[in-house]
Write a protein that binds this ligand. Structure first.
Ligand SMILES: Nc1ncnc2c1ncn2[C@@H]1O[C@H](COP(=O)(O)OP(=O)(O)OP(=O)(O)O)[C@@H](O)[C@H]1O
Length: 274
């Protein structure tokens, strides 16, 4: 579990996180969403969680132990909690895809056959086997994102932090991201995602935190987190469309779009209207 206790963070005199307390990794909460508009502090919170930044006050605990910031402790932390940055370029270092994915594994001094096996597995998992020998500089933004994620997934960390994973993706890329995240979560991967893409978050998340100007102003499951349209618009966020249909048209609150399209009773009612 990851716990934040009364965490404040400021860049010099610019206070960004304000008294944030939360516990990540409770049973049934494999995919956790951190929602907030641009500048609300999501990336700053992520950077605190991986020890790149240190809370100005308060503390962060991993499995009950407060984070320490010496080199050895940070190496340990980064084997358990890994981040995929919003800008994939920030974490692509090698020129060829398969070398880049293997980079951190070589750093960990894993045996070569283990490195090869792990790289092969993630290439398949992310459907990028065809890119393995390609120069990274010629990949599209969406392909680079998948390579960056592959380079983290090979590490098999307990926690995966995805900062704005759908930024810049086309509908197909977004759908692939949804499939990937659902697949990882089904295998027990714990994932924290930051985004202001509300339909995406609604589709994949189990539990949500709403961040406004560095404060957690709401938390809960889908039903709770997205219910207050007024609060969401104060945060410059839009209600997910399934929640709008529920609140404004009285439809059941579907967990995801497929559940609505597969609802035979709804289909029957709609066809009777026509
Ligand atoms: N290195 C920095 N130095 C000073 N201020 C910063 C720095 N990084 C971010 N900020 C400021 O901190 C605030 C929160 O930024 P942050 O990137 O955490 O927000 P965010 O919610 O992730 O935004 P976005 O959705 O645009 O990625 C913003 O006002 C931003 O300008």
């Amino acid at each position: 579990m990851i716990e934040l206790q009364d965490v404040d963070f400021a860049y010099d005199d610019h206070q960004v996180l304000k008294d944030v307390s939360l516990t990540l990794g409770k049973p049934g909460q494999n995919v956790i969403g951190l929602i907030g508009q641009n500048g609300s502090g999501k990336s700053t919170m992520f950077l605190n969680l991986v020890g790149i930044l240190k809370p100005t006050s308060g503390r962060i605990l991993l499995d009950g132990q407060p984070l320490k910031y010496d080199k050895k402790s940070l190496t340990h932390l980064r084997q358990k909690v890994c981040i995929v940055f919003q800008d994939s370029e920030q974490q692509l270092f090698y020129s060829i895809v398969k070398d880049d994915i293997a980079f951190a594994l070589h750093n960990l001094k894993l045996p070569q056959d283990e490195v090869v096996a792990r790289v092969r597995k993630v290439l398949k998992q992310l459907d990028i086997e065809h890119l393995k020998d390609r120069p990274i500089q010629y990949l599209s933004g969406g392909q680079k994102k998948r390579v960056a994620i592959a380079g983290i997934l090979v590490l098999k960390s307990e926690w995966l932090l995805l900062d704005e994973p759908t930024a810049g993706l086309d509908p197909d890329g977004k759908q692939r991201m949804i499939t990937l995240i659902k697949g990882l979560a089904a295998n027990g991967q714990k994932i924290l995602i930051s985004s202001h893409d509300m339909d995406f978050m609604y589709e994949i998340g189990d539990y949500f935190y709403l961040l406004q100007h560095g404060n957690i102003v709401k938390q809960g499951d889908k039903k709770t987190a997205f219910a207050d349209d007024k609060l969401l618009s104060e945060c410059s966020l839009e209600q997910p469309w399934l929640m709008k249909l529920h609140q404004r048209l009285g439809l059941p609150l579907y967990e995801h779009a497929d559940a609505m399209f597969e609802d035979e009773q709804l289909i029957h009612t709609l066809s009777a209207i026509q």
